[in-house]
Design a protein around this ligand. Structure first.
Ligand code: URA
Length: 246
């Protein structure tokens, strides 16, 4: 099959997508690291950035214009929905109206912390697919001080009404009389999972903050504020969500 002669030059499209200068992008193509619709691209290749599926090292490169990615620091007492019939505040009201974006996954009404909002349905699907298990880190303040046994249960798996929780990374950060702070890293995204796990081992959650999604963390983002993700952060999410496996 001969390569298309119309469209934009691939190296220009890659440079615009944030992969580096045109020169750097030329090298990526020359090294055989870039594919277009599953075919290794050659130098001089032209593409349609809106429709062709372009990957670098097996990870999709976002080349479509009009796709936006926000990282929001969700405050407590905000719904993670596009609209709420009861008129409660929602996360979409905290980011620009246009283009219309949707939250990736869900944080409970009372949960704070990092939430991605985007109009990229492909990334949303990848990140929320149960088999991908992108790491999510939480700062969890619980009632009481968990024993070593309780921490071990959280780490190894807790029997919940929808099955055993997968192994988690658990670190006791601080204990203060009647409460403690734990860092939890989980790969699953079941409904109210952290709250249910902690409750099952006898330590109800007082405060829950998501501090990381995959490689994405941002200590400088104030509650209620948002920023646009950088192209390398979007690529990192695609890579963490399983690249081109879906
Ligand atoms: N786990 C929970 O229990 N709640 C959240 O909002 C997120 C993770």
């Amino acid at each position: 099959m001969s390569a298309p002669t119309d469209g934009e030059r691939l190296q220009k499209v890659l440079a615009r997508a944030g992969l580096g200068s045109r020169r750097v992008c030329d090298d990526l193509i020359a090294d055989g690291r870039v594919t277009v619709d599953g075919e290794v691209a050659v130098l001089g290749r032209r593409v349609d950035p809106e429709h062709d599926h372009i990957e670098l090292d097996g990870v999709p490169v976002v080349t479509q214009t009009g796709l936006v990615y926000y990282l929001l620091n969700k405050p407590a007492r905000v719904m993670t929905t596009a609209s709420d019939p009861e008129g409660r505040p929602t996360v979409v009201e905290l980011v620009p109206d246009e283009p219309r974006v949707f939250p990736v996954g869900r944080l409970d009404w009372d949960t704070e912390g990092l939430l991605i909002l985007t109009n990229d349905g492909d990334l949303t699907q990848r990140l929320t697919h149960p088999s991908h298990g992108v790491e999510k880190e939480y700062l969890v303040e619980v009632e009481g001080v968990p024993s070593r046994g309780a921490l071990r249960s959280l780490r190894e798996g807790v029997e919940l009404d929808d099955g055993l929780s997968a192994p988690a990374e658990i670190r006791l950060l601080q204990s203060r009389g009647d409460h403690a702070a734990i860092e939890m890293v989980i790969h699953e995204g079941r409904n109210r999972q952290v709250r249910r796990m902690c409750e099952t081992v006898g330590h109800p959650v007082r405060r829950l903050v998501r501090t990381r999604i995959g490689l994405l963390a941002d200590r400088d983002l104030a509650p209620g504020s948002w920023r646009v993700l950088r192209p390398d952060e979007v690529r990192g999410l695609y890579a963490a969500a399983g690249g081109s496996e879906t």
